[in-house]
Design a protein. Structure first.
Length: 123
């Protein structure tokens, strides 16, 4: 995994995006070739067990996925030893409906209106 967005001046760095590639069910999900759509970061420090940072991507073929990282008390955790958990990261494919629901959950209204207009209607 390689980081992009790095700079020698920490004051210019707003976010480092890590490049991750994973093949799931015969499909390649690659953060370097996909379009970054939205981010959610719960604001906790990386040392907190509940720290969560997720990025929504769309592949060039229109498929959706999340690249996420998080602490030991998040869905991104990884088993470490017999009864221990550690922070982890990964990629999870999403349907278009799941991607819209993720956006709804984290208040990404502009993203929903841009990418999921066919899934919404006026109340």
């Amino acid at each position: 995994m390689r980081a992009i967005g790095r700079t020698n001046d920490y004051r210019q760095l707003s976010k480092v995006y890590f490049i991750m590639k994973k093949i799931i069910d015969g499909k390649r999900y690659d953060t370097e070739t996909a379009t970054h759509i939205a981010n959610f970061d719960n604001g906790l420090s990386r040392g907190d067990f509940r720290w969560l940072d997720e990025d929504l991507y769309q592949t060039p073929k229109g498929n959706w996925f999340i690249h996420g990282t998080g602490g030991a008390m998040t869905s991104w955790r990884e088993a470490e030893g017999q009864n221990s958990w550690a922070g982890g990261e990964g990629i999870r494919p999403l349907t278009a409906e799941e991607a819209r629901e993720w956006c709804e959950c984290f208040g990404k209204t502009k993203v929903i209106e841009t990418y999921f207009a066919d899934q919404i209607e006026d109340a």
